[in-house]
Design a protein around this ligand. Structure first.
Ligand SMILES: Nc1ncnc2c1ncn2[C@@H]1O[C@H](COP(=O)(O)OP(=O)(O)OP(=O)(O)O)[C@@H](O)[C@H]1O
Ligand SMILES: [Mg+2]
Length: 374
């Protein structure tokens, strides 16, 4: 059975440089190849790398031969070990947490390192139906030929089962509960029946599922307890320290800026520190020194949004500024990220600008620039 998936990936391979966002296994192909070369440890059946090498790929490190693997996840290595070990068992993995904590990012990199393929993806929405998880039909063919293997449209889940790879489900809790339950048989029996063809697909070794879900969004459905029992849940936290968060933003901004070919200098770490400080203070409801209490805005102010604010500022600096990131390039993006509710959040932001930003040594430029766009 062929899928549209495999046709698209051959088309992409020919013009990989022109692609806006490469899949993790393409972007980090050199690292994965190098790890595979030196990896002599035991690999679970059909895994591309050993759990040790997958961990090194995620957390980064220097290999004995001097090759440097860049960190993908910045944070607690133990969480990644639990996630990787889960995938070597018969339980599926659920990455859970508030928005912007790298759930999708980690899921993609895990699939890339373990199966060499992060593209077997089902995006969960309220409209996701059983066919998206199991299989569908090419109706033109179905009408002419009746049910046949050729008329069957293979889902990413079925493909992952056939190939012994990782299937990814994004935003699992957005999918209606009765559709979610389709997963129960797949996860416990490792089989997908196709009654129309009087057959079934039995998962090959190496198959497993990574799902992500966040607990903040509106309109989410609970996971049924039957399904919860089939997942190991790993909760991804917000970066614990400001230094960690600055490091995450710095790395992602550098790599995004390169991909977008922005004509701006790499931002000064000090500018990143200011944005991250603002985010952390507003999120926690107090200043970093703990002295002043402040109100929190309605949005989540995730690390992912801090990355966008800087990236947006770089575009402004590159195309309309002097190519170097200043407060004036950041102000609009920063205000937009914080003021989600035009009334309440505006009050919160104004108060923070007055009581904290204005008074802080060396922050006058940021105060002025933000005040201007409000
Ligand atoms: N601890 C971290 N280590 C590395 N990157 C991180 C970390 N936290 C956030 N990021 C970065 O934040 C960005 C957003 O992450 P991602 O989209 O995976 O979030 P998410 O948890 O899936 O959010 P959502 O719930 O909105 O889907 C990514 O570019 C990722 O690199
Ligand atoms: Mg996500």
């Amino acid at each position: 059975m062929t899928t549209s998936q495999s046709t698209t990936s051959t088309a992409i391979d020919t013009k990989i440089e022109a692609v806006l966002r490469q899949h993790a296994e393409q972007q980090f192909a050199a690292e994965l190849a190098e790890l595979s070369k030196i990896d002599t440890r035991q690999r679970p059946p059909n895994w591309k790398l050993s759990p040790w090498a997958v961990r090194t790929y995620l957390m980064g490190g220097q290999l004995d031969n001097g090759f440097v693997v860049t960190p993908k996840y910045v944070g607690n290595a133990r969480l990644m070990e639990i996630a990787i070990a889960t995938l070597a068992t018969d339980r599926a993995l659920l990455l859970y947490g508030i928005p912007g904590t790298a759930k999708s990012w980690v899921s993609e990199h895990l699939a890339a390192a373990i199966a060499g393929d992060s593209t077997l993806l089902i995006q969960g929405t309220t409209g996701t139906d059983e066919n998206a998880i199991r299989y569908g039909w090419n109706y033109a063919r179905l009408l002419v030929e009746g049910p046949s293997e050729k008329a069957l449209v293979v889902s990413p889940m079925m493909q992952a089962m056939q190939d012994g790879k990782i299937a990814r489900i994004e935003e699992l809790t957005r999918i209606a509960s009765e559709v979610q339950d389709t997963l129960i048989t797949i996860l416990s029996e490792k089989t997908l029946p196709v009654p129309e063809l009087n057959t079934e697909v039995q998962a090959r070794k190496g198959f497993n599922v990574i799902a992500t879900a966040n607990n903040r969004d509106k309109g989410v459905n609970e996971l049924s307890s039957a399904l919860t029992r089939r997942f190991n849940t790993v909760i991804l936290p917000l970066p614990s320290s400001i230094e960690e968060e600055i490091q995450i933003v710095d790395r992602r901004v550098a790599s995004l800026g390169k991909a977008l070919e922005l004509p701006a200098e790499k931002p000064a770490l000090e500018e990143i520190r200011r944005v991250v400080t603002v985010f952390r203070e507003l999120r926690s409801g107090k200043t970093i020194d703990g002295k002043t209490k402040i109100k929190s805005p309605s949005g989540t102010l995730s690390t992912a949004e801090a990355i966008s604010v800087i990236n947006n500022g770089l575009a402004m600096a590159g195309y309309y500024g002097d190519g170097e990131l200043h407060a004036g390039d950041l102000a609009a993006g920063l205000t937009g990220a914080i003021v989600k509710d035009p009334v309440q959040d505006r009050v919160v932001w104004l108060e923070y600008l007055q009581t904290v930003v204005k008074e802080r040594e060396g922050w006058k430029d940021l105060y002025r620039a933000c005040h201007e766009v409000l």
